[in-house]
Design a protein. Sequence first.
Length: 278
Amino acid sequence: MQDVAVPVFFLSDSTGISAETMGNALLIQFPDLVFERRLIPFIATADEARKVVAILDAAMDGPVTPLAFTTAATDEVREILHTSRCPIIDFFEMHMEKVEAILGKSGARVAARLHGVGDIKRYNSRMQAIEFAIEHDDGQSLRALDRAEVILVAPSRCGKTPTTMYLALQHGVFVANYPLLDEDLESTQLPRPLAQLGDRCFGLIATPARLSEVRQQRRPNSPYASLEQCSKELRRADALYKANGIPVINSTTKSVEEMSTLILQTLGSRPSHEGSRP
């Protein structure tokens, strides 16, 4: 049964991002298992909760016991979800009572409080970061590149875009990413647009086998995806990073979350760039 995927459900009366993040932090500890993940967000009413219970109970009749993670805050929704036969890890229930006891005050226990008016400044900052990331994805625009707090540099398909978007969405960091093309790899000098911004650059790298595998999915049996081409690009990219003192992160062995954390730790130890924010 090890080859049968374990059905995993992430349930929420809001976006479900928290349930996914915390649930996946646990699931990643079981690398030998295969998981079939499904997000069910915005469970706002009792009727919707009952429909979810029916989905969970149907999964219980399958060949593998499913698992559900929930961060639903609304008491009515949570109580209905717990009528399911499916095992449920309730992050809200596990921690809310302890937090209330420490603070000496009852929580509101309502959905969608994370992005309320009180958090509007952080929300707006993240939206600006996302807009910046989209404009500067894959070197599409060099306009106002000096506003970037982080510039991810790497050959194609090394994981620049997902890391860029995670840093912008989750942390409000202004991130651009720049693809290293063949002409950029002819020397160990930084490409001209990055020449004065080397202290903001982070290099991503992968193993040749992994990069070739990813590229094969995009352009099967092409020179671009060949192991020889991938090895050459990665070798020259690594030489460029070393020549310019650029920190290097291997995307083969680390998740987007782990890479983002390493970048944030490095940023925290550096002086900020004046004027990098709008």
